[in-house]
Design a protein around this ligand. Sequence first.
Ligand code: ARG
Length: 400
Amino acid sequence: MSNRLVLAYSGGLDTSVAIQWLAENKGYEVVACAIDIGQAAPGEMDRVRQRGLDCGAVESVVIDAKNEFADDFVGPAIAANALYMGKYPLVSALSRPLITRHLVRVAGDTGATAIGHGCTGKGNDQVRFEVTAMAIAPDLTVEAPIREWGLSRDAAIEWANERGIPIPVKKATPYSIDENLWGRTAECGILEDPWESPPEEVFERSAPLGRAPDDVEELTLTFDRGRPVAVDGRELDLAALVTEVDRRAGAHGVGRIDMLEDRLVGIKSREIYECPGAVTILNAHRDLEDLCLEQELAQEKRGLEGRYAQLIYNGLWFTPLKRALDAFIDTSQVYVDGDVRMALYKGSAWVAGRRSSQGLYEHDLATYDASDQFDHTQSEGFVKLWGLPTKVWARRQGNL
Ligand code: ARG
């Protein structure tokens, strides 16, 4: 009986070496499975697929999941304004449930009894892979060869060389990078000193401010039910739209995030993110909500957004609470339609104007000029009743 395992394959050193390790130590035939969610240059994923075979996989597949990632994961994150600790757009956290879903499906298609990932024991990604697997395929075995093996980079290279495994010859970078169309993450090396500025070489998707244009660029985003659907009037599917906004905002140095992050495994880590598109789109979306959401709903939603981001961060995408929050968020987005003009300049993306056919801004209520329709006389009674509990309390207990 076959003992097959579907491995989440990135083409990097760790997962390349893991193929042979899983065969030797656990008796698995490994199916390498690489998921394209916008992390690679055109053509690169073909090389990743071939490398999987060269490193000993019995089968190697590449799945183009860019649209699925955008539609099923990034879209809901936009609707929820999802930022972990108020800052991190959840680049890696959003991708792990999608990758796991594909591993499980390929396992079914290829008769595999296990899936595997290349995470260490120190991060959040192991949790996301494994808890997602528990949610959608509770009886499937999950292997974590890198966590179990615990090899250093040098030892892994030596181990591979002894066996003639053609490991990727990439120039050694001290950083651990993860990337997709929603952004790019960097950890390790000098970044582990929170006092040190990140060196310029860490960045790829955002221009340094010194090289950013000296003119403001404007970009208009159109939203339909909380989803961005067009840039400057040009309709695009979400994956293409995010990529386009990312490129344009990145040219202005927008989207660099430097933060100390609370990991689920209990440690604080210093993280550098580059998310020009995410930062621009989220700023625009939140602003449009301020125009379109009724205020009680808006306040409740703001309270739930942080919780939603935390669930995603903690690997709880496929859970009943997440589903219930989605129902709330979906309802809230029904009238979030309109255009937001974003200005891009020297690292900032700010809202320059917004409009909506569903907007709750009424000029005649807001204005201070002669067209004012607001009934000032009603405020007298309103203020008296609003302040009544305070007045009663003060009469009895004295002033503060
Ligand atoms: N700290 C971020 C997170 O937990 C980024 C993780 C990046 N993953 C990686 N394998 N380099 O979402």
